[in-house]
Unconditional design. Structure first.
Length: 148
């Protein structure tokens, strides 16, 4: 069983500007309504420690692990290697340079495992809303910085 949430944004900022916003984890609290705090050194195997807002609740502590980094264009992270048949997550950020100084940003989140039917009912709409709001917010932040 799977739950997949994908968003794509065309952002009026150069790819490097968007990359810098996405990978300046300590600044997430300044612009990100979904991941309201984040700590990470971007390197494969490192922890990405987040405080995530799910719906109207309090921030929830989340630790995942950087699984792949292609400097300036892509990074992904996954949940800890707990029993993968129950629940496993994957998150990726992909950037592509377009004409006229714009960047395509693709956001992908996947959940796999036996707990998906329960989590989809409990958290599916909160996750969908959270990732959408984060995409809109990162777009606005990169465009704001590009105007400076």
């Amino acid at each position: 069983m799977s739950l997949i949430i994908e968003h794509e944004f065309i952002i009026a900022a150069k790819q490097q500007v968007l990359w810098d916003v996405l990978t300046d984890f300590s600044c997430y609290k300044n612009w990100n309504p979904f991941v309201v705090d984040c700590e990470c050194e971007l390197a494969v195997g490192n922890e990405i420690i987040m405080q995530v807002i799910m719906g109207k609740g309090n921030p929830r502590h989340q630790v995942e692990y950087i699984s792949e980094v292609e400097q300036g264009t892509y990074f992904s992270y996954t949940s800890p290697k707990s029993p993968t048949f129950l629940l496993r997550s994957f998150r990726s950020h992909t950037l592509q340079t377009l004409d006229n100084g714009k960047t395509r940003y693709q956001s992908r989140f996947e959940l796999h495992g036996w707990l998906i039917p329960i989590l989809s009912r409990l958290l599916g709409s909160s996750l969908q809303k959270g990732f959408s709001e984060m995409g809109l917010a990162v777009s606005a932040e990169a465009e704001r910085i590009a105007q400076l």
